[in-house]
Write a protein that binds this ligand. Structure first.
Ligand code: IFM
Length: 457
């Protein structure tokens, strides 16, 4: 049977994503390291050596190249680069140059994030995002790295998942304790994060006008728990506005609005050249919101990933893509993945989510690339090593690597720039009927034509 294909554009970016603290190892000078030593991580886990990227990122970059990827999103660890206020460590910057150069040599284009959940200890002592002083510090750091590394970085992300960071830190308390806590402190942090973003955007553009600078924004689908519940529907809309749209709206017109108060910041307006979407799942929202903003429960037929992390809901990726179309900017899927230690769901997850990307491209939506989270298993914040997101498995004790089946599937996808019925047949046969109808091979015991033909014919 001829194979059916969904073909992607020839200049599509096939990527993977990681962040500094989750893979580098021995980031001893930031707030997460301290939080880990205090025993806040599930099962008492610690990042430790992580995936040893500080010593040998190159080994995994070799695997990324073998996988056929041509892009990778990584982050810089501020506490390595600026271990003391205004003291820049040139050896650390050299090491980042070496890693970026190594990517270039392997045909892998870097996308570099400045802030991915960690802060230097000295910054937390000064109150970090609850103190406006953070804005000038962040601007200085952004200007320095753009100056030293800019020639190797065409794509920058200022801040990773700002609303997730604020929710988990100031409202849920599972990220390192800020000096202040609660709704007021959370909104203060959002305002300062937006100011940091704007300051970094302009600092990079000044050094490197041709760079593309954007944001990696976690976008989720929020559904009311119980469709008939009108209050839950209304509340789901409010939560979605705050989580998905508030940041984007402020960054577009440079205005703080409800619930941030009212204020105009002209230099915040139009400070993004692209939208990065980190998409993982659909959440259900209760009203009244007892026990948290979202209910950690899913629908009766939901397919749920390891550790109750989230529902597998590929249609949601298309929905959030449509949500950012009005901004009229290029779109990158800067993260998408799931924890799945035994690769129970990842092969079909890859195919069904990429199918949504393909569908969006078919409608001429400007999707420039897809960065799977993650290349390798890595330290998953408050859940430590209990959740495995890698296309490649890592044993953090021995540093051994092992390709998962999903890694092999992604390799075929990246090399062929397509999804095919042939891949579905081999990696996720359960998808044949829905993704490639009419392409399923005849059942083994299919009756012969003569058996089917009426005898009187
Ligand atoms: O590991 C995280 C990453 O740091 C930010 N986005 C979600 C991922 C999986 O939870």
């Amino acid at each position: 049977m001829a194979k059916a294909q969904m073909i992607f554009p020839p200049d599509f970016r096939w990527g993977t994503a990681t962040s500094a603290h989750q893979v580098e190892g021995n980031n001893t000078n930031n707030d997460w390291w301290q939080w880990e030593q205090e025993g806040h991580i599930l099962e008492g886990h610690r990042s430790g050596l992580a995936c040893n990227w500080w010593e040998n990122a190159e080994a995994d970059l070799d695997l990324a190249a073998e996988m056929g990827t041509n892009a990778h999103r990584l982050s810089l660890e501020w506490s390595r680069i600026e271990p003391e206020p205004s003291v820049f460590d040139m050896a650390a910057l050299d090491r980042y140059r070496q890693i970026l150069q190594g990517m270039k040599e392997r045909g892998i284009e870097p996308m570099v994030t400045l802030h991915h959940f960690t802060n230097p200890l000295w910054l937390t002592e000064k109150g970090d995002f609850n103190s406006e002083i953070v804005v000038s510090y962040f601007q200085r750091y952004a200007a320095k790295v753009a100056d030293v590394l800019g020639d190797l970085v065409p794509l920058w992300v200022t801040i990773n998942e700002p609303m997730v960071y604020v929710f988990l830190r100031y409202l849920e308390g599972v990220f390192p304790a800020p000096k202040q806590y609660g709704w007021g402190a959370a909104m203060e942090a959002v305002r300062n994060l937006l100011k940091c973003h704007a300051a970094a955007y302009h600092a990079i553009k000044e050094k490197q006008p041709q760079a593309q600078v954007g944001i990696a924004k976690n976008m989720a689908v929020f559904a009311p728990k119980g469709k008939g519940n009108r209050l839950a529907r209304w509340w789901a809309g409010r939560v979605s506005w705050i989580f998905n749209d508030l940041w984007m709206a402020c960054m577009t017109d440079g205005r703080f609005r409800w619930p941030l108060g009212r204020h105009r910041l002209p230099h915040l307006a139009d400070t993004f050249d692209f939208v990065g979407i980190n998409y993982y799942t659909r959440y259900y929202v209760n009203f009244p919101p007892v026990g948290g903003l979202v209910a950690e429960e899913w629908g009766p037929d939901a397919v749920v990933s390891d550790g109750n992390y989230g529902e597998v809901y590929p249609e949601g990726l298309y929905q959030v893509i449509k949500r950012v179309l009005p901004y009229q900017k290029p779109i990158y899927i800067t993260e998408n993945g799931l924890p799945d230690a035994v690769d129970r769901l990842r092969p079909s997850f890859l195919m069904t989510h990429l199918r949504q990307v393909w569908k969006a491209i078919s409608f001429c939506f400007p999707i420039m690339g897809y960065y799977h989270w993650s290349l390798v298993d890595n330290f998953e914040w408050d859940r430590g090593w209990t959740q495995r997101f890698g296309l490649i498995e890592v044993n953090p004790d021995t540093q051994e690597r092992r390709w998962r089946e999903s890694g092999r599937l992604y390799k075929e996808i990246c090399h062929s720039y397509s999804l095919s019925s042939d891949m579905a047949e081999r990696y996720a046969p359960e998808l044949m009927e829905t993704m490639f109808p009419g392409q399923s091979p005849p059942a083994k015991n299919a009756p012969s034509i003569s058996e089917l033909a009426p005898t009187s014919f």
